[in-house]
Design a protein around this ligand. Structure first.
Ligand SMILES: Cc1ncc(C[n+]2csc(CCOP(=O)(O)OP(=O)(O)O)c2C)c(N)n1
Length: 631
């Protein structure tokens, strides 16, 4: 039996001799490559935290001590060491979650995979320990240099430092978010790393000096002077120490002995401590290390030998957006692009290649991105902020009060909108349509295919006096779905009697259009007359859509956003306000935290399959007919 297999929990890990740990680390890495290459997942980050996590579980006593992983995408090793070694269905329905999960283990505490929250969690838990008199418990937050660029982390540091409670902050510094981490904080961490290199060189110089070597003396003198200069100017650890936080490091995060030693020091200190660990994303796996773009931050299914991704055909929504942004940027010198540490995932790398001086990576700082975009608009630019839909939640107040209140012409592009699938509750982009609907003046478009995405993006960037939002799904974009007519801003996709009215008006939002066309086919087979429309702009509603609802007997709205405040909910309200009595049946995601699984699994559980929707509509039409007959 291998070492890893023998570990059923932290106690087994603690029983190992220090000499056995490098072999265990190697086994963990082999396991991660073999398993994650089959399912996809966050491979690079986990390969980087193997020794760090082994050290944590040997020094601390989870769950008595609390371990909080910021973002949580780097918790696979923690799972392996706390009794979860079946990775065969990682991120699939009923399989292990890709993040910490309270349902899986008492060792998992924070499931929110929106970055930069761990220090606030740790502060809160330490508060609870203090108030309850549990002075022997420790709280450890593991936070990446990327997550440390988020504003929340600094709000928490401000509190942690002031209170002097025993919170241990392990900074996992691999110099990268997806891409290299940017900003002043990243430069500061780099200075700390560099100072350590000087320290090493100085040691070497000192030894040469003792041996009487001239080059050693020269190097020593030069470096000593440089180091003194640097220390005097930037006082690297000063930033943390001035805040009142003890600084331990930098520590080689792949030397398990050094990791343990540093963590033990931090544990015994009794106040807030920063332990600065230097690690390498993708450590021990050549294909990840060679992949300059993101060191395999997140992979799909890959060949474990070569790291080659499984070939997939067709373009993604992201790549259609990426290309159109370049075209818009070529024609409009005022258009600039912003990303919150996700240049490549949101497709802005192509824009960056073409217009390097017009793209800004602000770090994991969605709030800052939105307000900064308002400032850019005020200054005469048209910013396009591209984020995953779920992360817009972070910046709601900035969208409302900085962008919308100031009537700033800012376009927000939401990738991964709707049911996203394997990343689970925190990543489903199901909040945006309800959330932005309440923002005065804002307009939101949900394209159905590549052509409408290009078209609606162009319409959005043409608006200079209000925020505009364009939202689309994860994955492949379907083949173009042509309209048979346009009325107002609404595209009519099918229906021979659309102009005069029919049984059902099927309002299909964005990526739900292909499903709705299949529903329409079934309805027709049941003798139900149906018109299918794509409203294109779903905030606000176009008068033409209300007019169509007036002439049909029944409206069904199909969307992949949350039901409460969603398109169907709001359209029913709109019709009521306008005195239109047509009933609205709403097909949307339930207002719940939806588990991980494939997008199809999620839609099926929500009753959004072609079969389930057709059945409900046929029944509703039959019921309406019976009511009409009795009237
Ligand atoms: C609020 C928010 N914005 C964006 C993301 C997407 N995201 C996931 S991990 C990550 C980079 C994290 O970098 P770091 O904290 O250094 O961890 P590493 O992967 O390098 O270990 C980003 C931007 C997120 N999870 N949360």
């Amino acid at each position: 039996m291998g070492l890893l297999e023998s570990i059923k929990g932290p106690e087994d890990l603690k029983a190992l001799a220090p000499e056995q740990l490098p072999a265990l680390a190697a086994e963990v890495r082999d396991f991660l490559v073999a398993e994650v290459s089959k399912t996809g997942g966050h491979l690079g980050p986990n390969l980087g935290v193997v020794e760090l996590t082994i050290g944590l579980h040997r020094v601390f006593d989870s769950p008595h001590d609390t371990l909080v992983f910021d973002t949580g995408h780097q918790s696979y090793v923690h799972k392996l060491l706390t009794g979860r070694q079946d990775f065969s269905r990682l991120r699939e329905k009923d399989g292990l979650s890709g993040y910490p999960s309270r349902a899986e283990s008492v060792h998992d505490v924070v499931e929110n995979s929106h970055a930069s929250t761990s220090l606030s969690w740790a502060d809160g838990i330490a508060h609870a320990h203090e108030v309850r008199g549990e002075s022997d418990r420790r709280v450890v937050a593991v936070i990446g240099d990327g997550a440390l660029t988020g504003g929340m982390a600094w709000e928490a540091l401000n509190n942690i430092a002031a209170a002097q409670r025993p919170v241990i902050i392990v900074v996992n510094d691999n110099e990268r978010s997806y891409a290299p981490t940017i900003g002043g904080m990243a430069s500061h961490l780099a200075t700390l790393r560099t100072t350590r290199e000087y320290e090493k060189l100085l040691d070497w110089g000192k030894q040469s000096l003792r041996r009487g070597g001239a080059p050693g003396r020269l190097a020593y003198d030069t470096l000593h002077g440089m180091k003194k200069g640097i220390k005097d100017i930037v006082a690297p650890q000063g930033l943390f120490e001035d805040l009142g936080l003890k600084y331990v490091g930098p520590v080689d995060g792949h030397d398990v002995e050094a990791v343990e030693h540093a963590l033990r020091r931090a544990r015994s200190f009794g106040g807030p401590v920063i332990v600065h660990m230097i690690t390498q994303k993708g450590r021990g796996y050549r294909p990840a290390l060679d992949h300059e773009a993101d060191h395999f931050h997140a992979v799909g299914v890959i060949d474990p030998e070569t790291g080659e991704a499984q070939a997939s055909s067709g373009s993604s929504w992201t790549s259609v957006f990426a290309d159109e942004m370049v075209t818009i940027g070529d024609a409009r010198p005022d258009v600039v692009a912003l990303t919150a540490a996700m240049l490549i995932p949101v497709g802005l790398d192509r824009f960056a290649a073409q217009h390097p001086d017009r793209v800004f990576d602000v770090g994991i700082a969605e709030q800052h991105a939105l307000t900064s975009a308002a400032g850019m608009a005020f200054g005469g630019l048209h910013p396009v902020v591209a984020v995953y839909a779920t992360f817009l939640n972070r910046a709601f107040d900035q969208l409302l009060m900085d962008v919308a209140l100031h009537r700033a012409g800012v376009t927000i592009v939401l990738d991964r909108a709707g049911a996203t699938g394997p990343d689970g509750a925190s990543h489903h982009g199901m909040w945006d349509m309800a959330m932005v609907r309440m923002v005065p003046g804002l307009r939101l478009a949900a394209p159905r295919d590549a052509t409408t995405l290009r078209e609606e993006l162009n319409e959005a960037v043409a608006v200079e006096d209000a925020p505009t939002v364009v939202r689309f799904s994860r994955g492949k974009v379907p083949a173009d779905i042509p309209a048979i007519a346009r009325t107002g801003t609404v595209d009519v996709l099918e229906g021979t009697a659309w102009a005069t009215g029919d049984d059902v008006l099927l309002v299909a939002v964005g990526s739900m259009v292909p499903r709705c066309l299949q529903v329409a086919e079934r309805l027709r087979a049941h003798g139900v007359g149906v018109t299918v429309v794509d409203p294109r702009w779903v905030v606000p509603f176009d008068e033409a859509l209300v007019a169509l609802a007036r002439t049909h007997r029944f409206v069904a709205v199909v969307e992949d956003g949350g039901r409460v405040g969603g398109v169907g909910w709001a359209f029913a309200e709109e019709l009521r306000e306008q005195g239109v009595t047509t009933d609205v049946l709403s097909f949307a995601l339930p207002q719940e935290f939806l588990d991980h699984g494939s997008r199809d699994d999620v839609l099926e559980a929500a009753g959004l399959t072609v079969q389930a929707m057709s059945l409900r509509i046929v029944e509703a039409v039959a019921h309406a007919t019976r009511v009409d007959e009795h009237a």
